[in-house]
Design a binder for this molecule. Structure first.
Ligand code: FAQ
Length: 317
């Protein structure tokens, strides 16, 4: 006898509760599939758009060593985008559809990449803070319930940890340098601190997706829990650098065992998410140009693959 949807859903939830991974060919509720397509594709787009603020500095890195490291980091982000697009494709959406959604502005990507990278110190701040925030969020995702996403995240996290160290080392060098260099590092921290806190998403009570995503173990910790973890971890790192976190309300709370912190400007956050940040339009323009200018490469690769396939067929016959 065919099972009804309620039985299937109950069995599915039981598998999740037992800590089993869900695989591409397993039965899953339509909403679980759609939530994953949404989150994984947004994540992939973030990695791809995330290359732009750093790509801006590759040709201006202050030494060959810095250039090589930054180039490797940006290439890693491209790779992360590709693993993630592949993971999303297992759920029945094509890469072309996802890229079309990014390029026509209907898909979201992380708010953080709509801020400009103005000085070399921004490369330090992005690695330290943005990759630092990304790792905290993504370590949790290595245990997410959807197998292809969880497995992609394992490798991504290893690479993000190199990225974070690369950024912190830039900050450390600047902070041990001249007064002017230290001031540059402080200025970068001032500009990137609050947008980094926004990366974790809205407050839990304003987050429509968290409750269901926690039940399905897509998220293992809430936006606010992860944000607090990031602050508790990062403030002592700023102290080592001798920099001041730009929050007058930041204070260790002995009773909570956490830092208290000031109010995030949520109006700014939603404004950026809606497409009105400092760089939203430029980011989309650049992604569209990259897509259009890369057409000849895609066409050549497809023609080559077809030729190879034809050769295999004629050899076999
Ligand atoms: N920006 O209900 P929630 C990186 C949207 S990768 C823009 O809390 P959810 C690597 C959210 O989509 C960084 N939109 O949503 C790198 C939802 O809208 P929707 C990216 C945001 O999904 C480093 C609405 O607000 N990481 O940095 C943002 O449960 C350096 C309501 O929010 C990931 O994508 C935001 N910050 O939780 C690369 C990790 N926050 O879709 C280059 C995977 C929220 O309903 C250089 N994603 N929204 O229309 C996640 O963990 C989750 O999706 C959250 C949001 C935590 C981001």
């Amino acid at each position: 006898m065919e099972k009804n949807i309620k039985d299937l859903e109950a069995e599915f939830q039981k598998r999740i509760d037992n800590g089993e991974n869900i695989e591409a060919k397993d039965w899953m509720p339509e909403k679980y599939r759609k939530t994953h397509i949404r989150q994984i594709s947004q994540h992939a787009h973030s990695e791809v758009v995330g290359m732009l603020p750093e790509g801006n500095w590759i040709s201006r890195a202050p030494s060959l060593r810095r250039k090589v490291a930054l180039l490797a980091k940006v290439q890693d982000e491209a790779g992360h985008g590709l693993y993630l697009y592949s993971a999303a494709e297992t759920l029945g959406i094509s890469r072309e559809e996802m890229i079309e959604q990014l390029n026509n502005g209907t898909a979201k990507y992380s708010s953080i990449f709509n801020y400009p990278s103005l000085t070399w110190a921004d490369m330090g701040a992005i690695g330290w803070l943005v990759d630092g925030a990304a790792i905290i969020n993504q370590v949790m995702l290595t245990k997410t319930s959807y197998g292809p996403y969880a497995r992609a995240m394992v490798r991504i996290c290893k690479e993000e940890s190199f990225h974070q160290r690369q950024g912190y080392e830039i900050m450390l060098t600047l902070c041990n340098g001249t007064e002017e260099q230290k001031a540059m590092a402080q200025d970068a921290l001032n500009r990137w601190w609050w947008p980094s806190l926004m990366m974790f998403g809205p407050r839990d009570e304003e987050s429509p997706n968290t409750e269901q995503s926690m039940k399905w173990k897509i998220k293992r910790k809430s936006n606010d829990e992860l944000r607090q973890q990031f602050i508790d971890q990062t403030v002592p790192q700023a102290d080592i650098l001798g920099l001041t976190v730009p929050d007058k309300d930041l204070k260790w709370n002995e009773d909570r065992g956490h830092y208290d912190f000031g109010e995030i400007d949520w109006e700014e956050f939603w404004n950026v998410v809606k497409g009105n940040g400092l760089c939203n339009r430029k980011r989309l323009k650049d992604r569209n140009a990259a897509w259009d200018n890369g057409k000849w490469v895609r066409d050549a690769a497809t023609a080559y693959a077809e030729r190879q396939a034809e050769k295999r067929v004629s050899k076999a016959s």
